[in-house]
Design a protein around this ligand. Structure first.
Ligand code: A3P
Length: 288
């Protein structure tokens, strides 16, 4: 079957050409954020879909109607993808926007805006493993060879959406610059979804009470999302995402990297990580 893995290079970063064009990427760079926008920013495979579901439920006070009837990409569109302008034109009221762009590309559009930004980070060993499996099923990404080769590309930042290190350092350095930003990790959400949901809902000024919270928690669980066709990507044609090659909602755990990384790969990864993150105060949870 023919692959759709053409690449669009923009500001020295590769993007999947199937869903990005120079115009769509430029549209994101010059986007007019509104103060009531919520922006979910992530490096791929860090819990983007999970946060889209959480924010949708928070904004709808735990009512799953929207989550169950409208695909995530339509209710929380990726700003930089080719369809977003059309979706956003048709959106009334509060908008939930998603982006995988590195901070430096959105800096001028976001600076001065009071949009609420939620940045989700995940430990990069689990990101690398999740991303590797995603490359196998997502036909708009290059077919990966071995994990060893993929890990090299991941560490040097030549994968789609660029370097994980630059992404995380770029966004997390904006604590004092962006007016409204919440940093949260996949691991925090995984270990304490209720506490995370309370933090997120209070940041969004929609604190959830009683059943609003219990319903939201139920619908955001891994099992519930795995069964929800509006977020598990099973509605996407096989030519674009081939679920016989792996599921989008794959494992949803912390520390799966231990099942993939060899001792040698751990050594190489840790050396690059220490160098890249030497001036960054962030810490990650690698196991549980
Ligand atoms: P795995 O491949 O490790 O299972 P993104 O949405 O950024 O592409 O991230 C996808 C990753 O988030 C996948 O990780 C997926 O299983 C995980 N994920 C999605 N929803 C989740 C949930 N409710 N709980 C835990 N993990 C979830």
């Amino acid at each position: 079957m023919a692959r759709l893995d053409v690449t669009e290079t923009f500001h020295h970063i590769s993007f999947p050409g199937h869903i990005h064009t120079q115009d769509s990427l430029n549209y994101a760079l010059h986007f007019q954020f509104q103060d009531r926008d919520t922006v979910i920013a992530t490096y791929p495979k860090s819990g983007t879909t999970w946060m889209q579901e959480i924010v949708t439920l928070v904004k709808n006070r735990g009512d799953p109607q929207l989550s169950k009837t409208v695909p995530n990409w339509a209710r929380a569109p990726w700003l930089e993808q080719h369809y977003s302008a059309k979706v956003l034109e048709a959106t009334q009221g509060h908008r939930i926007l998603t982006t995988h762009l590195p901070y430096n590309l959105l800096a001028s559009a976001l600076q001065g805006s009071k949009a609420k930004v939620i940045y989700v980070a995940r430990n990069p060993k689990d990101v690398a493993v999740s991303y590797y499996h995603f490359h196998k099923m997502a036909k708009f990404l290059p077919e990966p060879n071995s994990f060893d080769e993929f890990l090299d590309s991941f560490l040097e930042g030549s994968v789609s959406y660029g370097s994980w290190f630059d992404h995380v350092k770029g966004w997390t350095s904006q604590a004092g610059v962006l007016a409204n930003v919440l940093y949260i990790s996949y691991e925090e959400m995984w270990l304490d979804l209720q506490g995370s949901m309370e933090r997120i809902s209070s940041f969004l000024q929609c604190p959830l009470v009683g059943e609003e919270l219990t319903n939201s928690l139920r619908h955001c669980s891994f099992s519930s999302m795995s069964d929800n066709a509006m977020v598990n990507y099973t509605q996407i044609p096989k030519e674009i995402m081939d679920h016989s090659k792996g599921k989008f909602m794959r494992k949803g755990i912390i520390g799966d990297w231990r099942n993939t990384f060899t001792e040698k790969q751990i050594g190489i990864f840790d050396t690059v990580y220490s160098y890249q993150m030497k001036d960054c105060p962030l810490t990650f949870m690698w196991d549980w």
